[in-house]
Ligand binder design. Structure first.
Ligand SMILES: Cc1cc2nc3c(=O)[nH]c(=O)nc-3n(C[C@H](O)[C@H](O)[C@H](O)COP(=O)(O)OP(=O)(O)OC[C@H]3O[C@@H](n4cnc5c(N)ncnc54)[C@H](O)[C@@H]3O)c2cc1C
Length: 307
C-alpha cells in the first residue's frame, strides 16, 4: 500500500501542486515516498523537508535537466515495481508524463482527482466541472494526478531520508532545444490568494494594462479569459478555465468576463468572487458575491486610484 509522489521541481523549488500530491498520497497510504528526477542531487534536500514524506528517491543525471516524458516514464515505471500508487499534481509536467507511465504499466491513470473517497475510489470533475464523477479503479497499481486546489499543500517540517537510485537513464528519441518562460514579479496564478482577471470587455491589449495595474495595486496575480487570450491581450499562460489554469484564490475579481461555462470551470471554487460588468445578467454576475454593474473602465481606474 505504499505511495510514490512524483515531485515537480523548478530548480530547487518545489511546485505547489507536488505539495498537494503529497497530501493526497498521505490519505492513501502511511508509507509515502517522493521521487525526484533532477540533474542535481542537491535539489532533493528541499523535498526531504516536506512533512509526510518518508524517503526521497533521487535519480540524478545531467540528461534530466529538461526531462522528457519518454525518459521520465521509463524511469518511473521501473521504480513503481515497489509501489501501489503513483500520485502527481495536475500540471503540464505530470500530464506529459503520467499517461505514458500508464501505457508502460498497462494501467488507466485517473486525472484531476479532487477527493480521495477510499483506497481505490476517487472524485473527479466531468463536463467542465458541472458534475463530479466517482470513479473506482480495479487496477493493481493506481496512477493519479490530483488538483492542487482540492488538497492542502503539505508544509515543511519533515526530515525524510534521501536515497540516490542508480538507474541507467534511457535513451530519448527527442532532444531538448530551448525553454521560453514568461518571467513575472507577480504572484503565481495557480497559487495566488488574489487574482484580477480580464476578459474581452477590456477591448484591447493596451486597455488590458488596467488589469495589470490593478493586480499590482492589490498584490494579485493576473488572469484572463480565453477570449482575451485569443484576441492577443495577454499570453495564454494567464488563461483561466477548462483549457487554462484551475484556480481557487481567496479573491477572484472578474473584469469584463461574461462567465462562460468553460471559464467558470477554472475559478468557481474561489472563495469570494467580485464581478465588474455592465451586464448585470451575465452568468458571471449570477455566481458573484459582489457585482459592480457598471462600465469597467471607470470602475477599474477608480480602484487603481483609491485602493
Ligand atoms: C472547448 C472550449 C474550451 C474553452 N476553454 C476556455 C477556458 O479555459 N477559459 C475561458 O475563459 N474560456 C474558454 N472557452 C471560451 C468560452 O466559451 C468563452 O468564449 C470565453 O470565456 C468568453 O470570454 P469573455 O467572457 O472574456 O468574453 P465575452 O463572452 O465576450 O464577455 C465579455 C464580457 O464583458 C462585458 N463588457 C464588455 N464591455 C464592457 C465594459 N465596457 N464594461 C463592463 N463590462 C463590459 C460584457 O457584458 C460581457 O459580459 C472555451 C471554449 C471552448 C469551446
Amino acid at each position: 500500500m505504499s505511495a510514490l509522489v512524483l515531485i515537480e521541481l523548478h530548480g530547487a523549488e518545489i511546485s505547489a501542486n507536488s505539495r498537494a500530491a503529497v497530501t493526497a498520497a498521505t490519505q492513501l497510504s502511511g508509507a509515502v515516498d517522493a521521487l525526484v528526477l533532477t540533474n542535481d542531487a542537491a535539489n532533493a534536500s528541499a523535498v526531504a523537508a516536506i512533512s509526510g514524506v518518508n524517503t526521497v528517491k533521487v535519480v540524478a543525471d545531467a540528461a534530466l535537466e529538461h526531462v522528457s516524458a519518454g525518459i521520465a516514464s521509463k524511469i518511473i515505471a521501473g521504480v513503481m515495481s515497489d509501489y501501489q500508487y503513483l500520485v502527481a499534481g495536475s500540471a503540464t509536467y505530470s500530464k506529459n508524463i503520467v499517461p505514458v507511465v500508464g501505457a508502460l504499466l498497462d494501467v488507466q491513470p485517473i486525472s484531476d482527482v479532487c477527493e480521495v473517497k477510499s483506497p481505490n475510489t476517487f472524485a473527479r470533475p466531468l463536463y467542465a466541472g458541472n458534475i463530479m464523477a466517482t470513479v473506482e479503479s480495479s487496477d493493481e497499481k493506481i496512477l493519479l494526478t490530483v488538483r492542487a486546489t482540492s488538497f492542502d499543500h503539505a508544509e515543511d517540517g519533515g526530515s525524510a531520508a534521501i536515497e540516490e537510485l542508480s538507474v541507467d537513464v534511457p535513451e530519448s528519441n527527442s532532444t531538448f532545444i530551448s525553454l521560453q518562460e514568461s518571467q513575472s514579479e507577480r504572484p503565481e496564478l495557480t497559487t495566488a490568494d488574489r487574482i484580477v482577471s480580464g476578459g474581452r470587455g477590456l477591448g484591447s491589449k493596451e486597455n488590458f494594462g488596467l488589469i495589470e495595474q490593478l493586480a499590482d495595486k492589490l498584490d494579485a496575480a493576473v488572469g484572463a479569459s480565453r477570449a482575451a487570450v485569443d484576441a492577443g491581450f495577454i499570453s495564454n499562460d494567464y488563461q483561466v478555465g477548462q483549457t487554462g489554469k484551475v484556480v481557487a484564490p481567496k479573491l477572484y475579481m472578474a473584469v469584463g468576463i461574461s462567465g462562460a461555462i468553460q471559464h467558470l470551470a477554472g475559478m468557481k471554487d474561489s472563495q469570494v468572487i467580485v464581478v465588474i460588468n455592465n451586464d448585470g445578467d451575465a452568468p458571471m454576475a449570477r455566481m458573484a458575491d459582489l457585482v459592480w454593474n457598471t462600465d469597467l473602465f471607470g470602475a477599474v481606474q477608480d480602484l487603481i486610484d483609491n485602493a
